[in-house]
Write a protein that binds this ligand. Structure first.
Ligand code: ATP
Ligand code: MG
Length: 258
């Protein structure tokens, strides 16, 4: 397992993420377990693993163990350092977020954009704001897009089991989804991704949820709730909401483009 070597800085945002260099020589964005935000790390972990299976452009991530004597150097880390495992995501340098670009003429990985939108509907990620995509400029106005920040999948960063039965089933308001939809060249990408989500092995989904570290305090009933929610949303909700998205968001955008 990689070990932290140098503390860099605190990053902006409500999750209290910190940039730390690790023994592989790379920088990672580390989120610590925090009271009041009990589901941030379980959400990030499950979302990350599902996203990897689906081939989403998401920074490489892993669970890390940070020794107490490292966290003790930084008062803010010390306060949060009560669990064995934290969530670390590889820092992608030289990116801007969706607010910081004025003109995007091309998204190089446009083939992956439908998968991000479907993923957000599957996991009920209401936080796909412009801050939660990263854009890496490869040539003038031409960007590689990364999806980040899955702290608020399953509706929130501190959901409780009954909340899972009441997650929204309709269209989510997201200017970022609209921006991404502009670059999706064919409706068939939505249908292909739907099929990939629906055929993901149940055992794999169960295994990902089972690997949530014990000290993050997710109960057995909550873990079962996560699996049940994923299975029922992909079967009952996703096919309908995809059609709504195509009709109400995708097609109008592309008709207007003329
Ligand atoms: N893998 C990454 N590579 C580069 N920068 C990143 C990465 N992950 C996060 N960041 C930066 O750190 C900030 C905080 O991370 P993140 O969005 O995951 O957490 P957050 O605190 O919940 O943010 P928010 O308040 O927007 O919900 C991001 O807005 C982004 O600028
Ligand atoms: Mg964020």
């Amino acid at each position: 397992m990689i070990m932290p070597t140098v503390y860099q800085k605190k990053l902006e945002g409500k999750s209290n993420a910190h940039l730390i260099t690790f023994s592989d020589g790379k920088d990672y964005v580390v989120k610590y377990f925090q009271p009041g935000f009990e589901k941030t790390l379980p959400n990030e972990w499950v979302a990350y693993c599902l996203a990897r299976y689906l081939g989403l452009p998401i920074p490489y991530a892993q669970l890390v163990e940070i020794p107490h004597d490292f966290s003790y150097q930084v008062p803010e880390l010390e306060q949060m350092s009560h669990t064995n495992f934290q969530f670390a995501s590889l820092y992608v340098p030289n990116c801007v977020d969706g607010h910081q670009v004025s003109n995007v003429s091309k998204i190089i990985n446009h083939q992956s954009l439908a998968s991000i939108i479907l993923f957000d509907y599957w996991l009920c990620n209401r936080d796909r704001t412009r801050k939660n995509i990263l854009l890496h400029e490869e040539s003038p106005d031409s960007y590689q897009l990364w999806a980040i920040d899955h702290a608020e999948v399953f509706g929130s960063y501190n959901w409780l089991q009954p909340d899972l039965d009441m997650l929204p089933i309709g269209i989510l308001k997201s200017a970022t989804h609209k921006l991404m939809a502009l670059f999706i060249e064919d409706e068939k990408h939505f249908i292909e991704q739907l099929e990939l989500i629906q055929t993901m092995p149940i055992l794999l989904i169960e295994e990902i949820v089972a690997l949530i570290p014990d000290d993050w305090g997710v109960s057995m009933a909550e873990k079962k709730g996560m699996v049940t929610t994923l299975l029922s949303r992909r079967k009952n909700i996703l096919p309908k909401v995809v059609q709504k998205f195509i009709q109400n968001v995708y097609r109008p955008l592309h008709q207007n483009q003329g």
